[in-house]
Design a binder for this molecule. Structure first.
Ligand code: AMP
Length: 215
C-alpha cells in the first residue's frame, strides 16, 4: 500500500505504520527517525537539523525534500510505503506530488488520525523512545513500560525521553502542527485521498485503513 499518515505529534502515526508494515511488507518511512539517526551519527544533515528539532521547530523544507527524493527511489519502496511525518507543510506536499508523478506512483489513501489535544499531551509526556537509531522502539511509562526500567526490550539500548518531548517543546510542536501541517487536511481532501479516522486505538485505525483500501 502507498499511504500518508497525517496527524499531530503523538497521534500514533508511528505505531500505526509499524502495524501496517506487518500486513504487506510496505516500508515505514519516518522523516523524524531518519533525522534522529543523522543527529546521533553526527552527519552534516544531523548537524543542520539538530537545533530545529530540539526547539520543536520544523526542519527546513529543502533538507527534508533532499532526504525524501532519495528515499522514495530506494528498491524497498517498490512494495509500498507508509509515510510517517512527511509531508508536514504545503510546499512538501506539492513537492511530493511532483516526485510521485515522476516515479509513476499513485497514492492509495491519506489517513488523517485525529486525537484530542489533552490525550496527545498525556501520551507525549509519558512517551519514551529507544536511543538506538536502528530500533527507535516506543514505550509509555504508564501504559507500556519496558520490562526493565530504562532498557529497551528489543535491543537492550537505553530508553529515554526525547529532547523534544519536554512540555515546552511539545506545546510548540502542537502549535506548529496547527499552523503548518493541519492545512494538508484540506489539501488532500481536494486531491480526493483523505480518510479521517477518530478510532481510539492503533488497531482501530489500522482496521479503518484496511477497510478503505479494500474498497
Ligand atoms: P517526529 O518524530 O515525526 O515527531 O519528528 C521529530 C522532529 O523532526 C520534528 O519535530 C521536526 O523538527 C523534524 N521533522 C520530522 N519530519 C519533518 C518534516 N517532514 N518536515 C520538517 N521537519 C520534520
Amino acid at each position: 500500500m502507498r499511504l500518508i499518515l497525517l496527524g499531530a505529534p503523538g497521534a500514533g502515526k508511528g505505531t500505526v505504520a509499524k502495524l501496517l508494515t506487518q500486513l504487506d511488507g510496505s516500508v515505514q518511512i519516518s522523516t523524524g527517525d531518519i533525522l534522529r539517526g543523522a543527529v546521533q551519527a553526527g552527519t552534516e544533515l544531523g548537524r543542520k537539523a539538530e537545533a530545529f528539532m530540539k526547539a520543536g521547530d520544523l526542519v527546513p523544507d529543502d533538507l527534508i525534500l533532499g532526504i525524501m527524493e532519495k528515499r522514495l527511489q530506494e528498491p524497498d519502496c517498490a512494495k509500498g510505503f507508509l509515510l510517517d511525518g512527511f509531508p508536514r507543510t504545503i510546499p512538501q506536499a506539492e513537492a511530493l506530488k511532483t516526485m510521485l508523478a515522476r516515479l509513476g506512483v499513485q497514492l492509495d489513501v491519506v489517513a488523517n488520525i485525529e486525537v484530542p489535544r489533552e490525550e496527545i499531551l498525556n501520551r507525549l509526556t509519558t512517551r519514551r523512545t529507544c536511543v538506538n537509531p536502528q530500533c527507535q522502539a516506543i514505550y509509555n511509562v504508564r501504559s507500556q513500560p519496558p520490562k526493565v526500567e530504562g532498557i529497551c526490550d528489543k535491543c537492550g539500548s537505553a530508553v529515554v525521553q526525547r529532547a523534544d518531548e519536554t512540555e515546552a517543546a511539545i506545546s510548540r510542536r502542537l502549535d506548529i502542527y496547527q499552523e503548518k501541517t493541519a492545512p494538508l487536511v484540506a489539501f488532500y481532501r481536494r486531491e480526493g485521498f483523505l480518510l479521517t479516522i477518530t478510532a481510539p486505538t492503533s488497531e482501530g485505525v489500522v482496521a479503518a485503513i484496511q477497510k478503505q483500501i479494500a474498497g
